[in-house]
Design a protein around this ligand. Structure first.
Ligand code: PEP
Ligand code: MN
Length: 261
């Protein structure tokens, strides 16, 4: 286990990658659907001080019938948004063959839950110095999660942020079960920064605020949340995306209570 082989100052590393203070907030739509929606969403997020925008161009969906993302066209839209707003763009990589084209267009590569075990992809990302957000596999043990991160680290890439995104369980009350203990264990046993994706963990917006508070209390370095200008019409994950108004309320309440504490 390479847990302590490399020293990383989490806060400094996150600042270097995302250019902001922690806790970081990575927000944006599930998928880039067109330029206009990206512009509307980014405009609101930037006004709230968000500097890291998420949006998938490649969407690994459970059903092949579902929207698969705009692919390279989506990356180009993200690049336009990045330049217009001077933000960092986080987007999912699904295959090592896209490393170069993604590198030209976005800033932080997300490895999704389905690819946490894709060791060949992780090894290729390890050969770069591109920041990687590695999501926990939906059925991955914490040790397997750490080992997956070590595949990237072993290649020499230290720019890794882990992301707890919920694990599968018998309980259908939430989309997945967000594992707070994973956050605490990663913080106490490794040097990796870790954030929590409350949207894919919970799949329901009504409990984002208390869960986000719990995530930060458990020691997370940040939060990822899905935001859409018209969630009802979103091409993917419509139920879990906050509207722009809902996001502003969520953000204000989260950080005003954090300041009160
Ligand atoms: C996503 O963040 O767009 C996503 C698909 O998440 P996950 O891989 O955690 O399901
Ligand atoms: Mn989504």
């Amino acid at each position: 286990m390479l847990r302590d082989k490399y020293y990383m100052n989490n806060k400094q590393m996150i600042r270097e990658i995302l250019g902001i203070n922690s806790p970081i907030m990575i927000a944006g739509p599930c998928a880039v659907e067109n330029f206009d929606m990206m512009e509307k969403i980014t405009d609101t997020l930037v006004r709230k001080g968000i500097r890291a925008i998420r949006a998938g161009a490649f969407k690994p969906r459970t059903s092949p019938e579902d929207f698969q993302g705009l692919g390279i066209e989506g990356l180009k839209i993200l690049n336009q948004i990045r330049k217009k707003y001077n933000v960092k763009i986080v987007s999912e990589i699904v295959d090592a063959k896209y490393i170069d084209i993604m590198y030209e267009n976005i800033d932080v590569f997300q490895v999704g839950t389905r690819n946490m075990y894709n060791y060949e992809l992780l090894k290729e990302l390890g050969k770069t110095n591109i920041p990687v957000i590695l999501k926990r596999g939906m059925c991955a043990k914490i040790d397997e999660f750490i080992s997956a991160a070590n595949y990237i680290l072993q290649g020499g890439n230290k720019n890794i942020i882990l992301c707890e995104r919920g694990i599968r369980s018998f309980d259908q009350s939430t989309r997945n079960v967000l594992d707070l203990s994973c956050i605490a264990i990663i913080k106490s046993e490794t040097k990796f920064p870790i954030i929590a994706d409350i949207s894919h963990s919970l799949g329901r917006k009504d409990i984002y605020l208390p869960v986000a508070k719990a995530v930060l209390a458990a020691g997370a370095d940040g939060i990822m949340v899905e935001v859409h200008n018209n969630p009802e019409k979103a091409l993917s994950d419509s139920k879990q995306q906050l509207s722009l108004k809902e996001f502003e309320k969520f953000y204000n309440e989260l950080f005003s209570s954090a300041n009160d504490a």
